[in-house]
Design a protein around this ligand. Structure first.
Ligand SMILES: Cc1cc2nc3c(=O)[nH]c(=O)nc-3n(C[C@H](O)[C@H](O)[C@H](O)COP(=O)(O)O)c2cc1C
Length: 171
């Protein structure tokens, strides 16, 4: 699929079928993750695709939404504050790295016909504890369900975007 087609087809999906995801699709998506750029190529992340029922239930207890439970997999993006590159003034670049890496995963999922939905609105300490990411510099930055959407969305179901001339300029 052409990359612009992937951009147009991607939506945030909040309802999934229980159809399992083929392992070869998940493997190809792993290649997309590994090709993502990170600051100084430090790769301070791990993407875990959780298919285990017990772990998915734990994740859904921290971000309690029925639609999250409907997905056959949930990907979690764990960032490592200890190894991420820092600007000279000390700010960590971790969230930028994770943004790029998880979006590679999301777009690769779309190319495989799978739906996703970025989720950040969870309590990080609770999510870290639920997944056993504790006592380290690591933390869960974002998660996304992965699965076949119950109904594919059309472009008119996309939340409105700002006019292009407000957000993109060639100067
Ligand atoms: C960084 C980020 C965090 C988000 N967090 C949540 C979230 O916690 N829960 C949720 O339902 N959607 C979340 N979203 C999805 C946005 O609401 C969605 O991308 C936006 O409304 C545009 O819709 P679209 O993705 O269908 O184009 C998040 C998206 C991004 C990029």
């Amino acid at each position: 699929m052409d990359i612009y087609e992937v951009f147009r087809k991607r939506h945030s999906y909040r309802e999934y079928t229980d159809q399992p995801i083929p392992m070869d699709a998940l493997e190809r998506m792993g290649e997309a993750v590994s090709l993502a750029p990170t600051a100084c190529n430090l790769q301070p992340f791990e993407i875990q695709v959780v298919v285990n029922d017990e772990l998915r239930a734990k994740i859904a207890s921290v971000y309690p939404r029925d639609w999250l439970k409907s997905a056959p997999a949930i990907a979690i993006a764990i960032g490592d504050r200890g190894t991420a590159w820092k600007r000279a003034e000390g700010n960590s670049i971790l969230d930028v790295d994770i943004g790029i890496v998880l979006e590679h995963f999301v777009l690769a999922a779309q190319a495989e016909g799978l739906g996703t939905c970025w989720i950040c609105a969870f309590n990080r300490a609770e999510m870290d504890a639920a997944l056993g990411v504790t006592g380290t510099e690591k933390t869960v930055v974002a998660i996304t369900p992965v699965g076949y959407p119950k109904e594919e969305k059309s472009s008119d179901q996309r939340p409105d975007r700002k006019p292009l001339n407000e957000i993109y300029r060639i100067i």
